[in-house]
Design a protein around this ligand. Sequence first.
Ligand SMILES: Nc1nc2c(ncn2[C@@H]2O[C@H](COP(=O)(O)OP(=O)(O)OP(=O)(O)O)[C@@H](O)[C@H]2O)c(=O)[nH]1
Ligand SMILES: [Mg+2]
Length: 390
Amino acid sequence: MPANLTAEAKAKLAKYSEAKTIEEKIKALEEFLSVAPKHKGAENLLLWARRRLAELREEQEARRRKKAGGGGPRIFVERAGAGQAVLLGPPNSGKSSILARLTNAKPEIAPYPFTTQLPMPGMLSYEDVQIQLVDTPPLLLDQPDSPVNNRVLGVARNANILILVVGLDDPDPVSTARRLLSLLEDRGILVTRARGLVRVVKSRQVTGIKVQGTGRMIGFTEDDLKRLLSSYRIYNAVVEIEGEVTLDDVEAAIFQQRIYKPSIMILNKADLPHNREAVIGVRKLLPSDVPLLVASAKTGKGLEGLGETLFKMLGVIRVYTKQPNKEPDPQPLIIEKGSTVIEAARRIHKDLARNFKYARVWGKSAKYPGQKVGPDHVLEDKDLVEIHTR
Ligand SMILES: Nc1nc2c(ncn2[C@@H]2O[C@H](COP(=O)(O)OP(=O)(O)OP(=O)(O)O)[C@@H](O)[C@H]2O)c(=O)[nH]1
Ligand SMILES: [Mg+2]
């Protein structure tokens, strides 16, 4: 449903977009909220504006504290290993127990909620690859806009993969899973590619409105798009679209950057007696590209394949490299799926790429063992590459 804002309300939002400082942004949003229409179509935008305002006020407060010399705990967790998967879920679902079961980390685990106060990383081994798992404080499903949620979702936005955890001892796992999914969606985090994705990137680099990406515009033309954007005083921007996208999606994307995160759900505590209907209900609820594991952190059952699943979801491959006449480096190089020999060389050292002559490849991508290839040869998982330089 389109937001159908009045010109006045749109002008206030435009002012928000153009604001440089937090104070200006807060003022513009407050003004917007005071003139915004209250009809159904504008609901999402109003929700967004209230949330954004709360976030900005929190940021303002954090800066004030920092200036005063306080500086709260750092919540950001730097990525390590082949990629980062963040455990997310309601209190007591067993997030910390999963981290403890699969990694060397020693988080606090307790039979009552709100045990975890800060994110904690640990490394999960899959074959010769290390994947980082991050445990987080619980999400509050009945207080979607709480500061804790803001912080935890901030960690989630920075992750490669989300591991959603719901306990099978929950009185209603289906409803809890549903609320968890809608919390993420409301906050602009999409767990499935099936939904259309739009990004509106304002840029002085382009003149006019440029549409990019593989998506399809449903029920609107480029002219409609230009008209919508210009009503928000956006004249120069790149609009990236993926999947099927409506004009409402574009309008929502002007203010809320939506992102896609490959996700998996774990129904934990399967060692306890539980309702099979709940498992079926959750499976039905999940988009088809979100795998479901029914598992137990207590016994480890059901978690055996997690490393491999996460590795596949990361969209990376490992490549072993060797210098001519030497043994291969035992530590694999982790590179994006679809990478070429020259990209692998560049990752090892700039000079190796600059002086590249040819490479020999063993493994899946080679026609025969030790095939001589050029810089654009596409590598596959577990290939061995020997780079020859000039
Ligand atoms: N039976 C059983 N109990 C589990 C399992 N996983 C966790 N628990 C128990 O559930 C309780 C909560 O576990 P935690 O790992 O602390 O849960 P959490 O999600 O990290 O909780 P918060 O940090 O409060 O969000 C503890 O008493 C655990 O021992 C499981 O697979 N089976
Ligand atoms: Mg915990």
